[in-house]
Design a protein around this ligand. Sequence first.
Ligand code: OGA
Ligand code: MN
Length: 293
Amino acid sequence: MSSLHLQPLHPHFAAEASGIDLAQPLADADVRAINAAMNRYAVLVWRGQPLTAQQQLRLCGSFGPLDIGLKRVFKRPERLEDERLIDISNVDAQGQVARRDSPKNLSNFANQLWHSDSSFMNPRAAYSMLHSVINPSWGGETEFADLRAAHDALDARMRNTIAGLSAEHFALHTRLLLGDEAYTDAQKKEIPPAIWPLIDTHPGSGRKVLFVGVHARQIVGWPTAESRMLLLDLLEHATQREFVYRHEWQVGDTVMWDNRATLHRGRRYDIAERRELRRTTVNDTPEAMLQAA
Ligand code: OGA
Ligand code: MN
């Protein structure tokens, strides 16, 4: 029996979770209870449990193999010691607030677009876990959108239009959108696009999901302009306020989300102020599925 306690935070999804000490190794019953809660709520918020980097790695590793995402391609000097920790901060490798025009801030601005982590890879990301270390004095919230609710609210005409269609998700699409075009053809080819159905079935819950997000750049087999307009319309539909939970960070918060069932984005803050979070992410692999069963 797990002592997990859940308090819903939104009519569709997201719950505050408590009753488990995240700094200790998780019991199997707790892993199962958290997986079941993730299948139901897709976003879990844990408050007031500061974690060390090692504790976060162990916690996240309980849910599947850890992923390093884009670090496979962008080999930059890093501040955090373990490559499986993703430094979601505006701090450079030397520990100073990064220059306004730094690559670090480019990634941060890309994170302010609605996305699912690593949807441009196959396998893609299953759970991500973000832990708050330092917050700016205003802004810097993270918003989540429920893609299951978005699917369920599609009208019949749109559902028919997109049934059977797939989208191509490309790693550098957000970078190109933000005006960062300094990539060689070799770099552009380094991560081949990943293809996912627009209407997907979430493996843990069996629910249908409208799988869109800003990494999607093309509907397979469609002209580009028509593709992009449809993807923009679907993204606008999926991120209506009624499907969105906004998380206001306090130091020591950990938010876990399922990238196969939600989108997320960071919100604006003053990039001259320090903001530090640590992310860990698990791959959606058969091993992760077995652990979730
Ligand atoms: C992430 C992310 C948004 C934020 O960590 O994957 O997109 O609010 N973060 O920093
Ligand atoms: Mn992200």
